[in-house]
Every structure is written in structure tokens, then in C-alpha cells.
Design a protein around this ligand. Structure first.
Ligand code: GDL
Length: 467
């Protein structure tokens, strides 16, 4: 499909587009260095919890905030990167309101005056109902959003003729479109109404799809009448505070690049853990057709390893790979972690004394991981330590508990007595109100939720549920 956006640069890079605390200016400067190293060309500013990006989108930045934004815009340019400013007015905008239109224009005028050239309007994660006033003027949300965006785009192009402009639809993945989120035929109406110069974001069949295929992307492009820009959420972790992902860019074929107008990734909230995801994404975007995610991961881990110097005993490359494999991707753990998982499962399902080889392998591998986690406390790179230490602690605790349990089961003198661990007591370990609530609903393999078999009282007591 030929469209206007094909003639423009293929967008590659990073969206700061997650929920949670935005990155610091120091992190953003490091980001720009890393982005150059990855061969990316674009940074999109869209932190959901910059109040003035979304919740209070009408408000202009204060002098201090504006000065910070200006510094950031300049720094992007000094690094040879395009800076894209995104605004999210969808939570409460009235599309037909003159004052809202003026607020929108006024806000973007301020950011233009700070040096930004490229813009984006985001309508993701908003109510899909229109204001009654809007329904009088447009028959669909898609038409209302397209009309508003076209008007802003035309105005921006008058100020800045080289401006690149993007749009994020309310249904931004296949599942939402299928459920008619945003209204019937939203994407077809958008494709027809939105000016062809405006690029459209898309996350894939799901918000975080395991795979993105060429065929589904072609189908979408014909609906939208333009090639989409992928908003890549593969490494985003804002939806689950217990996880981060440092695995490789994966699940997308190299041929996909030809079907897109760009690919920008919205990554982990914890800035330092994005090194390997970005390096591998850079390789995917610029690499050869024989792209191999695992290979790219192992190479990128060699580079990341240099950031794991400690004040004490060193962390080896092999141990770092094992640790990284425990925090791989949303749908899979890395192979080194899988081996540990299988060893543990076998030892817990059977008699450890009857499988000395498995026991020996478990001892070696679990101890490597446990002590690697312990050494992380001595990382010289404290921002990296701060970013990962909760997850490191949790992993170490669990490995420690499993080691104790398996050694208990492997000890003929005590193996028939109940296993207890003094460091893992009820209420202090695996506790929390959320953990209690999570016990109510069980998710089946097909995604359906069922009510748990036994709905016990809120807090299990030591008597009823010993550790
Ligand atoms: C989303 C949000 C994004 C968030 C991500 C992962 C889009 C277009 N919007 O739905 O801000 O970080 O999921 O939770 O992806």
C-alpha cells in the first residue's frame, strides 16, 4: 500500500507512554545516548502521569516546567533525534466545544514555542461515549476525533510545514476493534475521515500481543488506508508491579517492517532495565532477514553485563543470563530459567533421593541464581540496583525457600516431618490485601475467570495454613 506516510521517515524509537512516574531528566539524557547507539530516530513524550499530558491536558506548563521541556527538546535534537510531543485530551474533551479546541491549540502552541515540531493526539484508554453535544454534530466518535485532529493538524502545518503528526485511536488493538470499542466501524470511518498525512498507532491483535503478523497488519492497513505505526507494548510492565522484562524483541517477523510506517516501543517503567530490549529492537529494525532474538539477546547481555560491576564478588556473564532469563518476556521465561523451573518441579513431584543427578543440577543452578541475586545488592550502579531490587529480593526469597524445602525432602532424618521456614512466616511473607483479593478469582487457561473453590476468611491464620 502506498500512502503519504511511506514517503516520510520510518519512525523508530521509544515512547515514554506508560502509567506511573515519568522518567527523570537524567534518565532521559541516558535514553538519548542509548537511542543513538540503537540507531533509533524518534522519542515520543507521552507519560500518562504527567498531569499536563492527560488528566489536566488543558493547563499550560509553568515557566519551570516549560524550561525543562525546552531543554529536553533541545537535547533530543542535539542527539540527532526527532522529538514528538503527545497530548491526551480524550478523558474529558468535548470535541465540538470551541473552548476545548482553543485549549488544545493553546497547549500545542506553547509546546511549539519551546521548539517541538512533531505532534500526536492520543485517544487511548478513554471513555468511548461522546458528549451529547458532540452527538448532535457527528454520528460517530471516530468522525468527531478525526475532524478535531484534522483541524489541529492543518493548524500545526501552517506553523510548522515539516511537522509529522500521529494519532492513537480509541480501539487501538484487534480485540478492542472486534468488541466495537469506540463504536461500530470505528476504524473504517477513521481511515476514511482522517487526513492521509496523519499516521495511526496500533498495538497489534492485543494490547500486548505475543506475535504480530504480516497478514493482520495488511488487513488493518487496508481498513485504515495507510500503513500503521506500531505502538509496541511487549516490554511494558506498568500493568504488573511484580514484573519487568529484559528479554529480546521477539514474536515479530523481519518482513513486518515493510508493512509499517514506523515502530516505537513503550517499555518498562524502570528505565535501566530497558537496555537489552532496546538494543535487540535496534538490531531487529536494522538487521538482516536471518534475525534471531535469542542470539541478539545473548550479544546484548554481553554489553549490559558491564553495568553489573559490584563492590564485592563479581557477577559473571553466565549468571546474568540466568537472572535475565527469569525476567524475560510476558509470555515466556528464558531457557536457562526454564531449566531451573523443570528441575524444581521434578524434585517437588518426586523423591529427591531417587534422582541424585537432578538434585545436583538443582543445587548448582539454584545456588548460582540465589548468590547472583545476593550480589546485586552490591551493584556500583545504584540506579540499576534501585530499579530491580524489589524483584531481586522476591526472586531470592523464593529460591531460598525452595532450596530449604528440597533439602528438607532430601534429608532422611526429617523428610517425614512438616517443612517450615523461619524466614517465611504467615502475614510477613506473600501477604497483602491484594494477595488476599487475588485468591477469590482463578483464571483458567482459556482466560475465563471462575470463583475459587474454597472462599476462606480474609486472612489465613498460622493454625489453618502453616507456612
Ligand atoms: C495501554 C496504554 C499504554 C500502557 C500499555 C501497557 C496504549 C496505546 N496505551 O493500553 O499507555 O503503557 O497499555 O499497560 O498501549
Amino acid at each position: 500500500m502506498q500512502n503519504v506516510s511511506n514517503e516520510a521517515t520510518f519512525l523508530t524509537g521509544v515512547i515514554e507512554g506508560f502509567y506511573g512516574p515519568p522518567w527523570s531528566s537524567v534518565e532521559r539524557m541516558t535514553l538519548f545516548d542509548w537511542m543513538r547507539r540503537c540507531g533509533f530516530n524518534t522519542y515520543m513524550y507521552a507519560p500518562k502521569d504527567d498531569l499536563k499530558h492527560r488528566a489536566q491536558w488543558r493547563q499550560q506548563y509553568t515557566q519551570t516546567e516549560a524550561a525543562d521541556l525546552q531543554t529536553l527538546i533541545r537535547a533530543a535534537s542535539e542527539h540527532g533525534l526527532e522529538f514528538l510531543y503527545a497530548l491526551s485530551p480524550g478523558l474529558d474533551i468535548t470535541y465540538s466545544s470551541t473552548s476545548d479546541h482553543e485549549a488544545l491549540q493553546g497547549k500545542l502552541a506553547q509546546v511549539l514555542s519551546l521548539g517541538a515540531k512533531h505532534f500526536c493526539l492520543l485517544f487511548d484508554d478513554i471513555p468511548d461515549q461522546m458528549h451529547p453535544e458532540d452527538s448532535k454534530r457527528w454520528t460517530s466518535l471516530a468522525a468527531a476525533q478525526a475532524s478535531t485532529t484534522n483541524a489541529i493538524f492543518r493548524w500545526i502545518r501552517q506553523q510548522e510545514p515539516s511537522s509529522r503528526f500521529l494519532f492513537c485511536p480509541t480501539p487501538y488493538c484487534g480485540r478492542m476493534a472486534m468488541r466495537e470499542h469506540g463504536g461500530k466501524n470505528y476504524l473504517a470511518i477513521l481511515g476514511q475521515e482522517l487526513l492521509p498525512e496523519i499516521d495511526v498507532f496500533w498495538t497489534g491483535s492485543e494490547i500486548i500481543p505475543e506475535e504480530i503478523t504480516v497478514q493482520e497488519t495488511r488487513d488493518l492497513a487496508s481498513l485504515l488506508r495507510r500503513k500503521p505505526v506500531v505502538w509496541e507494548n511487549l516490554h511494558a510492565n506498568d500493568y504488573d508491579g511484580r514484573r519487568f522484562y529484559c528479554g529480546p524483541y521477539s514474536g515479530r517477523p523481519p518482513e513486518l517492517r515493510q508493512e509499517l510506517a514506523g515502530l516505537l516501543c513503550n517499555p518498562n517503567c524502570e528505565f535501566p532495565v530497558n537496555f537489552v530490549p532496546w538494543l535487540t529492537l535496534g538490531k531487529f529494525l536494522h538487521g538482516s532477514p536471518d534475525w534471531n532474538p535469542r542470539q541478539a539477546y545473548l550479544e546484548a547481555m554481553r554489553e549490559w553485563h558491564s553495568q553489573f560491576l559490584t563492590a564485592g564478588a563479581p557477577i559473571s556473564y553466565e549468571d546474568l543470563v540466568l537472572f535475565g532469563d527469569c525476567h524475560y518476556l510476558p509470555y515466556e521465561s528464558g531457557p536457562e530459567a526454564e531449566i531451573l523451573f523443570d528441575l524444581t518441579r521434578k524434585l517437588l513431584q518426586g523423591d529427591p533421593l531417587a534422582m541424585p543427578d537432578i538434585l545436583a543440577q538443582f543445587r548448582e543452578r539454584s545456588e548460582r541464581l540465589r548468590s547472583c541475586c545476593a550480589r546485586m545488592a552490591e551493584l556500583i550502579n545504584r540506579p540499576l540496583f534501585n530499579a530491580i531490587h524489589r524483584r531481586v529480593w522476591e526472586l531470592r526469597e523464593e529460591i531460598d525457600l525452595l532450596q530449604r524445602c528440597i533439602e528438607h525432602r532430601a534429608n532422611p532424618a526429617i523428610r517425614h516431618t512438616p517443612f517450615r521456614a523461619d524466614f517465611h512466616l504467615p502475614h510477613t511473607y506473600r501477604g497483602s490485601f491484594v494477595a488476599d483479593l487475588q485468591k477469590f478469582l482463578v483464571q483458567e487457561a482459556d482466560g475465563a475467570f471462575t470463583v475459587a473453590q474454597s472462599l476462606e476468611t480474609k486472612r489465613s491464620t498460622p493454625e489453618t495454613n502453616p507456612a
